[in-house]
Design a protein around this ligand. Structure first.
Ligand SMILES: C[S@@+](CC[C@H](N)C(=O)[O-])C[C@H]1O[C@@H](n2cnc3c(N)ncnc32)[C@H](O)[C@@H]1O
Length: 361
């Protein structure tokens, strides 16, 4: 592709999405800039506006474009294109497919789905976001997408869908989505696991049993409302910054695990320990896998090189070492090797199906 879109498709491929021709054509055709007419926030907190010289080059890069911020926290965005591509491929879109999207955001993902011939209903909990997505879709000349305002937990009662795609991080799946699926349909959703949001293909009747297989790692902002309700089996989040860490077990991977393999180890850690979490470690750009202690202010941190570091949680070090031993002995299984079963939990007035047990297939 030439012109302002530069090597957009190449960047998406380098991000891990092996684009089939129809999807490459959709990314080439749908104008992403139409969905960010007011600009977006850079990672350093400054804003890129349409008049800025770097606007189009950044729009056509494999990066998240944050479009709305509340108290410095991103609350709406256009997701990373390679992640959108991997999720769209997992949806197996064919012309005429009816898709429910939870998290309309800018409307760009819905436009890509419509460009593949799907009919899309997209819901966003923020009214202004839904209004802007509707306007963007009209400006880009996209038909076949209906945008609604509301909490996506309810889906669209009375309607039926072949797929549900969730583009916001959730703690569990709404039984209402399962009830609105046609036979053979499934939900594709980033469901919280050890502080991250791996994307799962989830299926089953609304009353269960509900099962899933993981597709890929992801980083999504968190959903509002009952979709992220706390529940007894939820993984812990750090309650504050960790103390200064010291190494207590030497590296065991040379070279260190790459990003994908580290996420595979992380997935296994969540399957084997309810203490597994995402922590920020001073001096490291990327978050790390840790087993948090009861106070959630200290723990045993596992680095990508397999070394273990802790503040004052020596008692958690054997459990961290055991995870490394088990994962290595099992042949370093990928996250796709796991089968997940769910339990109904969360707010009794609006329950969710949350992951509860994991088995290597
Ligand atoms: C990452 S953005 C979605 C990206 C979007 N699909 C796109 O292509 O631009 C997440 C969106 O989910 C919305 N959201 C958060 N909680 C929600 C909920 N409970 N129901 C519906 N939408 C929700 C947010 O308002 C936000 O706009």
């Amino acid at each position: 592709m030439t012109g302002p879109r530069g090597d957009y498709l190449e960047q998406i491929r380098r991000g891990g999405a092996d684009l089939p021709p129809e999807l490459a054509a959709a990314f080439a055709k749908v104008p992403r800039e139409a969905f960010v007419p007011d600009g977006f926030q850079r990672r350093d907190g400054s804003w890129v506006r349409p008049a800025d010289p770097e606007f189009l080059a950044t729009v056509y890069s494999d990066d998240v474009l944050v479009t709305k911020v509340d108290n410095k926290i991103p609350v709406s965005s256009s997701s990373q294109p390679s992640l959108m591509a991997i999720m769209i491929m997992a949806l197996r879109v064919t012309p005429g497919l009816r898709i429910l999207e939870i998290g309309a955001g800018t409307g760009y993902n819905a436009a890509l789905l419509a460009s593949l011939g799907a009919t899309v209903t997209s819901i966003d909990v923020q009214e202004d976001v839904a209004v802007r997505a509707r306007a963007a879709l009209a400006r880009a000349g996209v038909s076949g997408v209906r945008v609604e305002h509301g909490d996506g937990y309810a889906g669209r009662p009375g309607d039926r869908f072949d797929r549900v795609i969730v583009t916001v991080g959730i703690g569990g799946v709404s039984p209402q989505w399962l009830a609105q699926l046609t036979p053979g349909g499934f939900v594709l959703a980033p469901v919280k696991h050890a502080g991250t949001h791996p994307v799962l293909v989830v299926s089953g009747p609304p009353g269960g049993p509900v099962i899933a297989t993981p597709v890929c790692p992801s980083g999504f902002m968190l959903a509002a409302g009952p979709l992220t309700a706390d529940h007894p089996g939820a993984f812990p989040s750090p309650a504050g910054p960790l103390p200064e860490l010291s190494p207590v077990a030497p590296p065991r991977f040379d070279p260190p695990l790459d990003e994908i393999a580290y996420r595979d180890l992380w997935y296994a850690a969540g399957a084997w320990s309810r203490r597994a979490a995402h922590v920020a470690v001073p001096g490291r750009d990327q978050g790390c896998l840790a087993l948090l202690d009861e106070s959630r202010t200290d723990g045993a941190v596992i680095y990508p090189d397999g070394s273990i570091h802790t503040g004052n949680s020596a008692d958690l070090v054997p459990a961290a070492a055991d995870i490394l031993d088990r994962w290595t002995a099992a042949g370093r299984p990928t996250m796709r090797a796991w089968r997940v079963s769910f339990t109904l939990t969360g707010d009794p007035a609006a329950p969710i199906w949350a992951p509860d047990a994991w088995e290597l297939s």
